[in-house]
Design a binder for this molecule. Structure first.
Ligand code: AMP
Length: 208
């Protein structure tokens, strides 16, 4: 069944990526988002909900979609429920990749991103073929501004205050917690098992 899902090419939607596109566009909205991201805080529910609605009402989302980094607050979770109801879609399946804070800090300070195509690398676990250069387009790799340690700590505080309650919000629904500090193969198999155990539902991912 998972193979069939992969064949349908359901879109993967990252609110963080959409916000970074706004920043790259250099709009007033992008400038505002940039200043919030630089502090490690969350942008407003109203703004994120609006860009999410715009995205998931596109035709390629009609058969379902994977959300990455959304919902991050209980208000966003309530908004998503309402939006799915409105569109006649089932409630989300939530996969929580749970990673201890110190492991997350270690991973994020080692993350590098292509300045052109956005491809992600990690100087410990996923090194580029040529140091400092993207494997796909050879552009320079950069450290995301919000991957500096002091900003990461602030992001983790925002997670504890605002996102952790989302886990309780979903405790009565299709919620699956997976240890995220294991090998990619282990995590892949665990996610595959979850997907095999459900059918015909929309899926969402809450990441720390
Ligand atoms: P990410 O790429 O998911 O790590 O997100 C990077 C930053 O974008 C976060 O630290 C927030 O400032 C902002 N962001 C992304 N998704 C959301 C969301 N669902 N709600 C509020 N802010 C978000």
């Amino acid at each position: 069944m998972v193979a069939e899902w992969l064949d349908t090419k359901i879109p993967i939607i990252s609110t963080g990526d959409m916000l970074r596109l706004e920043i790259a566009a250099g709009s007033d909205l992008g400038d505002h988002v940039k200043s919030v991201m630089a502090t490690g805080g969350l942008v407003s529910d109203e703004l994120v909900n609006r860009i999410l609605r715009r995205r998931i009402t596109q035709p390629d989302c009609a058969k379902g979609f994977i959300l990455d980094g959304y919902p991050r607050t209980v208000e966003q979770a309530e908004y998503l429920d309402e939006l799915l109801r409105e569109r006649g879609m089932p409630p989300p399946v939530v996969i929580h990749l749970d990673v201890p804070a110190e492991v997350l800090v270690g991973r994020m300070v080692c993350r590098r991103q292509c300045s052109k195509c956005g491809m992600q690398f990690n100087i410990l676990s996923r090194r580029p073929r040529t140091p400092g250069r993207c494997d796909a387009c050879n552009a320079e790799l950069i450290v995301r501004k919000d991957d500096k340690e002091e900003v990461i700590r602030e992001r983790l505080r925002a997670y504890d205050d605002l996102t952790r309650p989302v886990v309780s919000y979903y405790s009565d629904g299709s919620y699956f917690q997976i240890a995220g500090d294991r090998s990619p193969m282990y995590i892949f198999e665990e996610i595959t098992n979850v997907l095999e155990s459900i059918s015909g539902a929309a899926a969402g991912v809450v990441k720390q």
